[in-house]
Write a new protein. Structure first.
Length: 267
C-alpha cells in the first residue's frame, strides 16, 4: 500500500511580502477605527458629565391648550407655565395629567404632545359627557356620566328630557353603566309613556329601581332590560286597569322576563 505523501506549498518571497503588507494595512485600519470609537465614547461621557441637562431634553417655551372648560383651562395653564424654561420629560407630563384628573373628576382624559423643534407643548382635555344630575343621600348633588361614573362636577349640559334621579345607599366610587344606559333610553322614550316619568329612585346595593309617573303611579322596574317593550306593556296595563281600579296604582315589572306583571292599589 503506497504511503501518503505530504506536499508543502512554497510561496515566493515577493508574494509573501505582498500578503504581509495587505494584512498589516487591514489590521491597522481596524485598530484605528476601534481607538476612534473608544475616544468618541469617552468624550461623549465627559460632555454628559459636564452638562447638567441631558442631551435631547425638552424645555417648555410655548403652550397650546384645547379644553372646553375655562376653569380647567386656567389650572392647566398655571401648572404647565410653572415649568416654563425648565425640562419637561414624559414622566413629568404624565404626573401633570394625573394631577389634573385628580383635581377634576369631570376630566376623562388628558393628552400632552411635545414638539422638540420649537419647545411647544400641546395639551388636549376630554371631559366626561354627563347624562343627568343625581341627588344622593344628604341632599348631595352629583352627576352621572354616560359611562356610569358618578362625578362631583359637570362642565357639559345634561341630556335633554332627562328625569330627576335619586340614588340611595350608594358611594361615589360606584360605577353604574347599566343605570346610565337605562336613563339614556328613558330620555329617548319619555314621550312614548302614556303618563311620562318624572322621578327615578335607585338603590344599587339592593338593585331596586322605582319610577314615579306624572299621574302618581309607582312602577317597580326590575332589571334594566327590555326597556322599550316594558314601556309598551306598561301603557297597556294602565289603560286596562284605569277602568277597574282607581289611580294611582303600583305596577311591579320585576317578573317581566317570566311574562308576569303585578298590579296593586296605590296608597
Amino acid at each position: 500500500m503506497p504511503a501518503n505523501r505530504r506536499y508543502r506549498v512554497r510561496v515566493r518571497v515577493k508574494v509573501r511580502k505582498r500578503l504581509f503588507k495587505r494584512s498589516g494595512f487591514i489590521f491597522g485600519l481596524a485598530l484605528a477605527a476601534g481607538l476612534a470609537a473608544y475616544a468618541g465614547f469617552l468624550s461623549f461621557g465627559a460632555v454628559g458629565r459636564l452638562s447638567p441637562v441631558p442631551f435631547f431634553s425638552f424645555r417648555l417655551k410655548e403652550l397650546k391648550l384645547n379644553c372646553p372648560a375655562p376653569a380647567v383651562t386656567e389650572e392647566i395653564r398655571a401648572l404647565f407655565l410653572a415649568r416654563s424654561g425648565r425640562t419637561l420629560s414624559s414622566s413629568d407630563c404624565s404626573a401633570l395629567a394625573r394631577e389634573i384628573k385628580k383635581r377634576h373628576t369631570a376630566v376623562r382624559e388628558v393628552s400632552v404632545r411635545r414638539n422638540f423643534l420649537n419647545g411647544g407643548a400641546s395639551v388636549t382635555v376630554r371631559l366626561e359627557p354627563v347624562l343627568t344630575p343625581v341627588f344622593l343621600e344628604g341632599e348631595t348633588t352629583a352627576y352621572l356620566s354616560r359611562s356610569g361614573k358618578l362625578i362631583s362636577e359637570s362642565f357639559s349640559p345634561p341630556l335633554q328630557n332627562s328625569l330627576r334621579a335619586e340614588i340611595y345607599g350608594s358611594e361615589k366610587s360606584f360605577s353604574m353603566p347599566a343605570l346610565a344606559g337605562f336613563i339614556s333610553d328613558m330620555g329617548i322614550l319619555k314621550k312614548s309613556f302614556l303618563s311620562p316619568p318624572e322621578r327615578l329612585e335607585y338603590r344599587p346595593r339592593e338593585k331596586i329601581c322605582r319610577i314615579f309617573l306624572s299621574n302618581g303611579c309607582e312602577v317597580l322596574w326590575g332589571e334594566f332590560e327590555f326597556t322599550r317593550l316594558k314601556v309598551l306593556r306598561l301603557n297597556e296595563v294602565l289603560n286596562d286597569v284605569s277602568s277597574k281600579l282607581r289611580l294611582p296604582v303600583k305596577v311591579d315589572l320585576r317578573s317581566f322576563r317570566e311574562g308576569r306583571i303585578f298590579v296593586s292599589a296605590g296608597a
